[in-house]
Design a protein around this ligand. Sequence first.
Ligand code: A2P
Length: 344
Amino acid sequence: MDTFLPKKDGYVVAVVGATGAVGQAMLEILEERKFPIAKMIPVASSRSAGSLIEFNGESYEVEDLESFDPVGVDIALFSAGGGTSKEHAPRFAEAGCYVVDNSSAWRMDEDIALVVPEVNPNDLEMAYRNRIIANPNCSTIQMVVALKPLHDVAVVKRVNVSTYQAVSGGGGKAIEELAKQTRALLNGESLEVNVFPARIAFNVIPHIDVFLENGYTKEEQKMMDETRKIMGADIAVTATTVRVPVFYGHSEAVNVTFESEMTADHARQILADAEGVCVVDDPSSEDYPLASEAAGTDPVWVGRIREDASCANSLHLWVVADNVRKGAALNAVQIAELLIEQST
Ligand code: A2P
């Protein structure tokens, strides 16, 4: 099955999970970037089948994934949960469609490419064997975009990251839960906890996804495993992932140790020229990246760059990005753009 996507003027694109937070962002980004689309097909569950989705000024009826026939679809962007991807992505791939999957279902499968276009575009080659490409975890994507240009110069040896993750990473229901709980608390009303393991309004929860036997959470293990799959297995990675009451924009405190010297000034210069990165780092004017400013934007924002006073060849970085855009939808669309660039 190792054929490239045939070159066309316009492609048939399905967005699976089109009614969700990431699916909606995928549609917006396809529009913004003028992705060459011959036909757009929004797909979701039977709950929203038949409802209408706007795309490029036209209305499209949402298809039910269970009964949808993928024959004729060139590219499908999936963001409808891991179980849905496990069940349906192979069916799309067998029908000849390239699937870019935003769930964690295929990321660590050794035959599946896990791609961040600024970091490891050549890994996309693997996709020509099985037609499924995995989009990494949102927290992994923004961190590796910031680390790769530095790794190319001084070789990353170890990374210790703590995340401050927005609720939108948990989808539409999670966004609603923060809004509802905040309203309830401010109005002195009782509140419900449904999506997160504890109240998220006015709180900080060091628990994303399930706990594993080694004491890490699955979100932490994903960051550790995915970073090594994308950047190299020689890198030691440890993570603490935390949910904070922010709607959009993940922030990360990244402590990184290099094989050789890397000064803060040198890192600032390298990152200023790096693809997909914007440096905002001026303590004299109290300028640093903020989730509120990164939300709705495409780059990975890096600031608070400083040498670690406790450890040689080490830096601290503050890395912020819109988790729904670069952390999910934008990265998926960029992978689709790579596929069509390589089409023959
Ligand atoms: P639906 O709106 O029909 O439930 P979010 O991450 O914001 O919660 O969105 C999840 C997305 O995944 C929605 O578009 C949702 O569709 C879709 N989805 C969830 N489960 C399934 C399923 N079993 N089959 C198809 N789409 C699904």
